[in-house]
Design a protein around this ligand. Sequence first.
Ligand SMILES: [Zn+2]
Length: 279
Amino acid sequence: MSNSVLKPSNLSLLKVDMTLKEVEKVEVTCLVDNNVDVLLPSTGVARRPSIAKNWYDKPLVAEHGFCAALTLHKDGMKRRLLLDSGLDPMAASHNVDALGLDLSSCECLISSHGHVDHAGGLLNLRNKLDQKQKIPLVLHEYAFRNRLVKFQDGRTIDLPAPDKSLLAKARYEIVEKNSHILWIDDRVLVSGEIPRTNDFEKGFPNHYSELDGELEADPLIKDDQAAIVNVKDKGLGVITGCGHAGIINTLRYAKELTGKTGYTLYLEECTCPADCLNR
Ligand SMILES: [Zn+2]
């Protein structure tokens, strides 16, 4: 095994000449997360699905993974996109059916990073999207690296990369973009690689990447990125997956990219600011 360590890119905080346009409202529909509790009541900001009379009729499933649908509201129009796809190939698409969600108008899928608990459902979820046209799949090039986690108790867990050729065959248009990019008529900002600018969000120390057949320590997981929206009279909405870049780094970069603050965060349930230091 190589002793080399993947270094952070030479990114610094930037002033960027671009405008993230406002939306009036954004709905985040959680399609896969680590837990499900159908007895939770709705609140002013969280709407819970009704329980079917027959509990065995397509109950929502939970798993170690994450997938969300984002619906943007502007001028009476709705625009929809997906963030991630969960772990089990069937979980996200099962929950789409359980919730009765129509994804045929979904315009793109943003991958927060390449870990299998975020990318395992890509192929089956594709069947829920428009079959007549290619759907952009937006990710960082490092998302296609095989990964591995070594635990202190000696166990290892493989994190196989998504299969690029199968994704292309499924009519995803693969957009490998390492820096920020705007989507949905400039109403969603995909952060791209997030600069690591503090000394307390140290990444995932027992995480490795395969590079040219060798394993390299890869604590930074540089493919980690967030989706950012600009909600009228509210400020930024920032939606992350694992948040391996660190939440403070992510919010700081969102502010630098847009010049705006007033965050609302939507995090995957397993997101941990100290990012797995004690795993
Ligand atoms: Zn992850």
